[in-house]
Design a protein around this ligand. Structure first.
Ligand code: ADP
Ligand code: MG
Length: 340
């Protein structure tokens, strides 16, 4: 529904230099529409005379069940991630138009929803396209590869503490508390992830943050951007393809084919370190993240029955204990559980 954005957004746009100084006026206030679907920000389409743009303003408290806070400065790192991604792969993220640090807001190109369906919605509907999954991997690995060689990136992302608070703690440490016998394993995964700083990590590579655009995947929502271990992004995204098998069981073979395509395309692009070493770290993280989406602080909304949760728990716990080094072993263990 058309509406007027709050004054904080208007002021931020003015500071970004995106509005002529005299506009808006009381006679013609800024027009736009609040967009839904996010959990951590106020997001608006703003209709400027030159066309629509999108403004995202970070909220101090995320709209999730657990009390989960993160500094609004994460918006600055999201903007920086977008600049690096755009430089590595033009079109891989909406073009950044400006960022206003005091308000924690950024402005970017508006991606019309008709031409940019959400990958998550496609997967929910059983549209499992391994070609698209491979394209996600190709773009992601190119961003990792370009930033791995850029000496300016580490200092631009001093986000170790934010990444711990909004990724490592709620997913890994919290799940270790729910499974105390596995807590040392979760601590070891946190330590390994913190110890392998190789590239610019997006931190939330989930189908809900990927648009299926006409020229390929478009990544949104890099609020967790971190100079760290790119294996986290790979495992985080693959995890969603495993989880979707319980959401839309009819498409499960397609989701597993997407898993294989994504893993293979990603591995083929790793040129900054030994691809086998990166795959091993992703294979170790993946069962931890898998269990986290049932028993951590941010469970997925679509796995609701105890029998389904138990399938994830059974598979993930066995894999956390066995710690296979190859992603194919994880896919196989999950296929076996699904066929049982
Ligand atoms: N540049 C954009 N163009 C169009 N829609 C967008 C854009 N950025 C975000 N959105 C919409 O807002 C939703 C939430 O955005 P996101 O950045 O993921 O926010 P959050 O951090 O709150 O999850 C997206 O799923 C999408 O529907
Ligand atoms: Mg999001």
């Amino acid at each position: 529904m058309p509406d007027h954005p709050p004054p904080e957004i208007t002021a931020a746009l003015q500071r970004m230099g995106l509005l002529p100084p005299s506009t808006p006026s009381p006679a013609s206030p800024l027009q736009g529409e609040r967009l839904t679907g996010g959990v951590s920000s106020d997001i608006w389409r703003i209709d400027l005379p030159s066309g629509p743009i999108c403004v995202k303003r970070a909220l101090p408290k995320l709209k999730v069940a657990a009390d989960w806070r993160a500094p609004v400065s994460r918006n600055l790192y999201e903007a920086r991630w977008m600049q690096h991604a755009e430089a590595a792969v033009p079109g891989a993220t909406p073009t950044l138009l400006g960022q206003d640090d005091p308000s924690g807001a950024l402005a970017m190109a508006f991606m019309p929803p008709g031409a940019h369906p959400l990958w998550k919605a496609q997967l929910r509907d059983g549209q499992a396209d391994p070609g698209f999954a491979a394209a996600v991997a190709q773009r992601l690995v190119r961003i990792h590869a370009a930033t791995a060689r850029d000496p300016a990136v580490p200092a631009a992302f001093p986000t170790d503490a934010i990444f711990y608070d909004i990724r490592l703690e709620p997913y890994l440490v919290a799940t270790g508390r729910a499974h105390p016998d596995l807590a040392p394993r979760f601590q070891a995964l946190v330590a390994a992830t913190q110890a392998h700083k190789h590239a610019l990590v997006h931190g939330d590579v989930s189908p809900k943050n990927i648009l299926a655009g006409p020229s390929g995947p478009v990544f949104l929502d890099a609020e967790c951007a971190w100079w760290g271990d790119p294996a986290f992004d790979l495992a985080f995204c693959l995890n969603h393809l495993l989880l979707k098998c319980l959401w839309t069981p009819a498409a499960r073979d397609g989701f597993l084919a997407c898993f294989d395509a994504l893993a293979a395309a990603y591995r083929a692009g790793v040129d900054w370190e030994d691809p086998a070493a990166l795959e091993t770290r992703a294979a170790h993280l993946l069962p931890g993240l898998f269990l986290a989406r049932v028993d951590g602080k941010s469970p997925v909304e679509y796995i609701t029955t105890e029998p389904d949760k138990d399938r994830v728990r059974r598979t993930a716990r066995a894999l956390l204990l066995a710690a296979p080094d190859r992603l194919a072993a994880i896919r196989q263990a999950w296929s076996k559980e699904l066929a049982a």
